[in-house]
Design a binder for this molecule. Sequence first.
Ligand code: TYM
Length: 337
Amino acid sequence: MDQQTAEQKKVIFSGIQPSGMLTIGNYLGSLKNWGRLQQDYDCLYCVVDLHAITVRQDPATLRKRTYETLALYMACGLDPEKNTLFVQSHVPAHAELAWVLNCFTMFGELSRMTQFKDKSKKYSSNVNAGLFTYPVLMAADILLYQADVVPVGMDQMQHIEITRDIAGRFNQVYGETFRIPEGVLPKAGAKVMSLAEPEKKMSKSDSNGNASVYILDDRDTVIRKFRRAVTDSGSEVRRAEGKDGINNLMTIYAAFTGKTDAEIEAEFAGRGYGDFKSAVGETVADALSPVRERFGQLTADKAYLESVMKDGASRASYLARKTLTKVYRKVGFTQPK
Ligand code: TYM
C-alpha cells in the first residue's frame, strides 16, 4: 500500500468522541496505550466530532470539547510530530466514503449492533438515521487510512468486526481495495465499570458524576470517588464471581500499576476494602496529575492547538484522498482530469 512504502510501518487508527469529559475508562481502554505505539507504527488519532452529533450536542460545548479532546491526546503523551492528530470533520473524505460504504452495509447487520440497541433505548426520542449508520462512518474512518491495527476498548470490538465485514464485502466485489483491520484490546482495562453501578460500563455520558472518574478530576475528587465506590459487604480483596465492585477496582489498580491479581491480593491480604480503595484512589490520582498539568498548559494556547489540527488535517486528507479516489474509480464514478 502506498502509505506504507516509505518505512513499511504498520498503520494504526483510533478515535474518541468529544461527547463528554473523558473518563479513566477512555484512558485505560485507549489513550494510555497509544503513546507507546508512536515509535513503531504510523499512527492516526482522530477526534470524531461527526460521530458525536448522533446524540444532541450543545454547539459551544461540542466546540470546546473538540479542542479539549485534542489537548488530552497530547497531554497523555501523543507527540503531534510523530502522530497524525486531527478532527474528523476537517477531512471530508470520512463522510464521503461513509456514503459509499452505506451501500455495502446491510440493514440487518446494523440492527444487530449492541451500541445501537443501547443508545436507541437511552435516547428514545431521537433514534436518528445517524445513530443507526454510526458503525459505517466508523468503518470509513478506519478503511480510509488502510489501518492494520485499531486499538480500542471492549465496547468497540463489535464495530471493528462489522468494519472487517464491510471491507471484505467491498473487496470481494471490486478486488483488493481495503486492508482488513484488526481490533486490539489493552491487556488490562478493556472494560472499566462504573464506580456507582459496577455491573454497568463506565461512560463519559453517565449523568451520575460519582459513577465515573474523569481524567481531569482533581486529586481529592479522584480519591473521594474511589472511597465511595460501591462494593459488596465482604472485606477480602480477592477477585471472585459476583464481586463486580472489587473486581473492577482490581482491574483499575492492575492497569495503573502493572501488577497481577495475585500480587494485588497479597499486597492487601488482611487489610480490608477501605485500605484498598484509598490505595487505588491515590495511585490513579498520582498517575493523572501530570496529565492534568500538561492539559492546562496546552489548552492555554489555542493557536497552537489550531496549528496541530490544521497540520493533522492536511496530512490525513492526503492519505484519505488516495483511498477515496481509488474507491470512486472502482465503483464507476467519473473523474474528469
Ligand atoms: P468512545 O468515544 O465511546 O470511547 C473512546 C475509546 O475509549 C474506550 N472506552 C473504554 N474502554 C474501557 N472501559 C470503558 N469503560 C470505556 N469506555 C470507552 C472505547 O472502547 C474507545 O476505544 N465509536 C468510537 C469512536 C470511534 C472510533 C473510530 C474508534 C469513531 N471512529 C475508529 C476506533 C476507530 C467511540 O464512540 O468511542
